[in-house]
Design a protein around this ligand. Structure first.
Ligand code: S3P
Length: 171
């Protein structure tokens, strides 16, 4: 199977959808933020504060090279800015989880761990700036996506079913 690479804005539900997909398919799963945290033995928010965003983006590039050369049959969930790596389309079928900005924020806020979810994402600390980032990124996400899933008001389970159906033709 070709890898599936999940892209989309912070908080859109990439992790939850990935967990459903692996329950219901043969895909293995990895997450680029988890890989980076283990490479550095540090939380993402500490990498941002100690080493800066540019350093984090270099780690994302390193991960992208490794994914392309060494990973197969895997559902790869990514951080919201990972889509900028040059070889994204060579890693696998690109699936965008899409939702309006306000819906994403609503979704995060109603989560039982909302405070932690916001705290671990440095780029969500200022919602006005985050909205600008969303507006800048959304057309770029759409441009790269082979498959788009509108996740608004859908369960992770339904999104995962839709994903598995839609990626079949790229497998
Ligand atoms: C980022 C998204 C985060 C994480 C980092 C930067 C971004 O991942 O990679 O904080 O640039 O959008 P999630 O999309 O999983 O929150």
């Amino acid at each position: 199977m070709r890898n599936v690479i999940l892209i989309g804005f912070m908080g859109v539900g990439k992790g939850s959808v990935a967990r459903e997909v692996i329950k219901n398919s043969e895909y293995m799963a990895i997450d680029t933020d988890d890989l980076i945290e283990s490479m550095e033995n540090k939380k993402i928010k500490d990498i941002f504060s100690d080493n800066g965003e540019a350093y984090f983006r270099r780690l994302e590039k390193e991960v992208s090279v490794w994914l392309q050369s060494s990973v197969k049959n895997t559902l790869i969930s990514t951080g919201g800015g990972f889509y900028k790596v040059k070889n994204l389309k060579k890693i696998g079928t690109v699936v965008l989880l899409d939702s309006p900005f306000d819906e994403i924020i609503k979704r995060i806020k109603k989560h039982p761990n909302a405070a932690r979810k916001l705290k671990k994402r440095p780029l969500l600390s200022d919602l006005k700036k985050a909205k600008e980032l969303y507006n800048q990124r959304r057309p770029e996400y759409l441009e790269l996506a082979d498959v788009v899933i509108d996740v608004t008001k859908k369960s992770a389970e339904d999104c995962s079913k839709e994903l598995l159906k839609k990626v079949k033709k790229y497998a």
